[in-house]
Structures are given as structure tokens and as C-alpha cells.
Design a protein around this ligand. Sequence first.
Ligand SMILES: [Zn+2]
Length: 300
Amino acid sequence: MRGGDSHIAPMDAALANPPYAVSERIEPLVRRVLAHNPSHFTYTGTQTYIVGAGDEVAVIDPGPDEPEHIEALLAAIGDAKVSAICCTHTHRDHSPAAIPLAARTGAPIIGCAPLALDDNGPRADAAFDISYRPDRILADGESVRGPDWTLTAVATPGHTSNHLCLALEESGALFTGDHVMGWSTSVVAPPDGDMAAYMASLQKLYDRHDRVYYPAHGPAVEKPRQLVRGMIGHRRQRENQIVRLLGEGVGRIEDMVARMYAGVDKALHPAAGRSVLAHLLDLERRGRVSRSGDIWSINP
Ligand SMILES: [Zn+2]
């Protein structure tokens, strides 16, 4: 994992010229188009994938509703029929372009369930896209097909409760959305983000044997199981750190974050705080910690 001990990696200055609005073929059945929405949470931006080498394609994570990005997608699609616009989840950097793209191509929106959440509490990353209306929801294990591709849903709740990865059966690639990324650990922010679900979804990927991961942000992951194993270990380490701090009488989330993320840009501390809260809620559910107001403590 890049970024050392930091939970959320800072922007990598080396990536000065990302390939915005360009279609790159990354394997015979898969092309990638990067949207121009870089940030601390999206790295260089959202990567939309176009699956299929023939005259029928699927689009995965159409991205933000930005005209430059939508035109780049339409140029890459050309005369092909879009059989499905698939969304891994409904954060605003992933799904809003589904509606304009469906309007321009006539394609159905197929994928994760819709999710409308009240925005209670500070959001750690992107807000939810409440405009998202799928034509068909893919349950775990269900597939959508084209002439030379099959995409199968792998339900991976945690980052959001509606998160899906999509497996390309013909090539062994897995589109991981925001569940697993190579450049940073994923933000798990309650109330919708759930650490226990996230850990179970990491284990679910570890138990699969995908060849490569294509995340929505950052480079392809060529050694997926190694990365996932590292992420499971990283989260366990974070949990141990929290338990240790509670044992030392540090019971307030801000104080834990100040110690755990001492080397990380302060602008990212609120997001780190949501992640610590996600761990604490998981520990609370397991009966290991309690809270009184905003002070957390270990159960005797
Ligand atoms: Zn997201």
C-alpha cells in the first residue's frame, strides 16, 4: 500500500499528466477512460471502463456528469450498441453520468441497488447520487452478457451498503469500484459504510482467484490477493491501535485521530475520524467497547 501508514494517500505529484478524456485499451476486452475529477478521494479521477471488443459493449462506472467525459465515452463507444451501463455504487463520482449516457445511447442502467441516504454527519468522501434509478438491479452472482463478455456481480458491501464488484468471466478481471484500490485504502464512513461488512467483503475477494483488479481510481492491481491480504492486516492493525489507545484512556475520536494519523494532512482528519468511528461501531457490536456521549471506553 502506498502512503505508508497513512489511511488516505495524498495526491501523487509524479502523476502530473493523467490521460483525461482518452480511451486506453488495457486488455483485449477492456478500455479505460479517465474523468477529469481529481481529488484526495478520487486520486487522478474516476476511471470508466468499456467492456467488449465487438459491436456490443458495457460501460462500468460512467462517472461524474461532466460533458468532456461523456463526449470521450461516446467517442470511444462509436457505433457499438451499449447493452448495459453498470454502476458499482452510487457515490457522486461514479454514477451521475449514467442518466445522460442512457439518454444518448438508449442503454439500460444495470447494477447496484439505489440508495438514498440523509446526509447525517460529516461525509468522509463523496455524497450519494440520489438521481440514480437502475432499470435492473444485479443481485450477488447475477450476470449481464454481451456477445463476447459476461459481467457477474460480486456483492461487496462496506464502502457503501450497495457496493458491487463486477467480474469479467472471459478474462479473469475484476472491476473493484472503490472496494479495493491500489493507491489507497477505501473510506468506510458510517452510517452507510460498515467496517464488519467491509472486512467480510475483503475476505470474499481474498477467497476468489481473480487475475487482476481494475479499480475506479488508480492503477490496475496485478497481485490482487497480496493486496487484499495486506488490507485485511492493515485494518486489524488499526483496530488494535484503537483498542490500545482506549486502554491508555484516549476515548475521544479526535484525540485518537491526532495520534493515529499524525503524519497525514489535517484536511483528511475528518475522513480518518469516520473510519475510526466505523471501527468503534464494529467493536461496540462485538461487545468490546462502550460509549458515553463522545467518550469511548473498553468493556471490562
Ligand atoms: Zn465511493
